[in-house]
Design a protein around this ligand. Structure first.
Ligand code: UN1
Length: 494
């Protein structure tokens, strides 16, 4: 089946006439559909429509905008299972996780709904008599939203819902690996009552549709989640064109396990953080920093458990780890495991494609533990985005924190300990946007700010209350009701 773009209130074919295929990563023979390979002309049409949508939507009261998102939340609740199944089919992760992905979208919808009745400004005292000073928040314009494959629904909603609640029109370019979920979400938003020209869906490749969106002069806000390299290119363009930009990029997240930790708890957290979503989360645990006193013992149980994780198609209930997203992702994982070996790491488990015949139609790769990794090795520094855990041995908390911080990224970190002083020291010293104590590096909640420091981001946050600042512009208003000219800084009575 050929899917379409949604532009100017209608489902339309791409101007290019070109399409790309979308296949199930667990079974390459399962074709989900063909989706438009859009180009600059499609983006231009979308931008013109979005401007008309903006004129309407920006004048719609925020609580009314919120009601549309409430209805979207209700529809997501009703269709949770159906959506989760479609998402597992196209993205690969297990059903338990795609259900969670939809739930994160539901939480984001209901948070956005209630924000429609807040969107607080401030009223502050003026330095002059009979004068009020206040700020309020206005919509900005047309937001170009570019999203990744790993959370086909949750991550888009983190961006789309706050952008819409704040009164912006949206052009969405979803990942070419999960266009079907995007299609289903747009259908749902229209059903929830979103006025058509407020929302445009433009499918396509990053280098074509995505690039055209970032470069279009009428798209004044860009939000991107993806690789640090692409983020740097987008940043350069947005800098030149004076666009507001939010970037959410790579991570090299570590879990530290101290010698006083509850090791059973830590084991569960490490397995879930490293191999959940087949390691394809920005927040995935890709480094394990073990205190030397428990290093060997912990590693032994970890390897034992990792070996027993059940690999398979995500739609099968017994599956714990699904496939990687595509061939290129698997090749990248394979090449990093080779690099790790050359650097002197040893593969304690995994390090290969599964032997089982049933899995040779998908992009499966065994959960892999690399031991003997030393700080500075490439497998310790670079994002792999797959089921590969690099284990580093340390002698103290101070050393663990140093190792954690000595990477170019700073998204998430975790510490397992029973020592309250160690916990607070780590909370203060770990150089990441998010830290967990006695919990894995994954699992951020929708109502708290999400994002990282250093090359993970550019200072903005998704989620929670902060994202609403990104999608709105502060306007300040002074009202002088004294009836005479009062000069600020000059006529003040001291
Ligand atoms: C991502 O990996 O891009 O905290 C998002 C988590 C999820 C979101 C991850 N709630 O792991």
């Amino acid at each position: 089946m050929d899917f379409k773009n949604f532009i100017a209130g209608a489902w339309v074919e791409p101007s290019t006439g070109a399409y790309f295929e979308n296949r199930n990563p667990a079974d390459g023979n399962d074709l989900i559909g063909r989706f438009p390979s859009s180009g600059p002309e499609d983006v231009s049409r979308a931008a013109a429509s979005a401007q008309r949508g903006f004129a309407l939507w920006s004048r719609t009261p925020a609580p009314v905008r919120g009601q549309v998102l409430q209805r979207a939340g209700d529809l997501l609740v009703r269709r949770k299972e159906e959506l989760a199944r479609a998402m597992t089919r196209e993205m690969g992760k297990v059903l338990l996780e795609t259900r969670g992905d939809v739930q994160e979208g539901i939480d984001t919808a209901y948070y956005a709904h209630t924000e429609g009745r807040r969107l607080f400004g401030r009223t502050v005292p003026s330095e002059l008599r009979s004068k009020w000073a206040m700020s309020y928040r206005r919509p900005i314009g047309v937001a170009g939203i570019i999203t990744p494959f790993n959370f086909p629904l949750a991550v888009p909603t983190w961006k789309l819902f706050p952008a819409l609640l704040c009164g912006n029109a949206v052009i969405w370019k979803p990942s070419e690996d999960v266009p079907h979920t995007a299609h289903l979400l747009v259908e749902l938003l229209l059903e929830a009552g979103l006025p058509p020209e407020v929302f445009q869906l433009v499918h396509g490749l990053g280098a074509e549709a995505g690039k055209a969106l970032v470069e279009h002069r009428d798209v004044t806000v860009i939000s991107f989640t993806g690789s640090t390299d692409t983020g740097a290119e987008i940043g350069a363009t947005c800098g030149k064109l004076h666009k507001r930009l939010s970037l959410e990029m790579g991570g090299k997240n570590a879990t530290i396990v101290m010698d006083d930790a509850d090791l059973d708890l830590a084991l569960e957290g490490v397995l879930w953080g490293a191999f959940g979503t087949t390691g394809q989360r920005c927040t995935a645990t890709s480094r394990l920093i073990l205190h030397e006193k428990i290093h060997d013992r912990f590693l032994k149980t970890l390897v034992d458990r990792a070996e027993r994780l059940h690999l398979g198609p995500g739609l099968e209930e017994k599956t714990e780890v699904g496939p990687l997203i595509h061939e290129e992702a698997r090749r990248k994982v394979e090449s990093y495991v080779e690099i790790g070996k050359q650097e002197g790491a040893s593969v304690l488990t995994g390090g290969r494609r599964p032997g089982s015949k049933g899995l040779d139609c998908g992009w499966f790769y065994e959960p892999t533990v690399l031991a003997g990794v030393r700080p500075g090795m490439r497998v310790e520094q670079e994002e792999i985005f797959g089921p590969v855990l690099s284990v580093i041995r340390v002698g103290s908390l101070a050393e663990a924190i140093r190792v954690n911080n000595d990477v170019k990224y700073g998204l998430s970190s975790a510490l397992y300990t029973r020592d309250v002083n160690a916990a607070f020291t780590a909370m203060t010293e770990l150089d990441t946007g998010i830290s967990y104590i006695n919990a894995p590096t994954i699992g951020a909640e929708a109502h708290l700010p999400f994002g990282g420091v250093k090359q993970t981001g550019n200072g903005h946050r998704e989620g929670g209350w902060e994202v609403y600042d990104f999608y709105s512009e502060t306007k300040v208003v002074y009202v002088d009701f004294s009836g005479k000219l009062q000069r600020a800084q000059i006529d003040t009575e001291r």
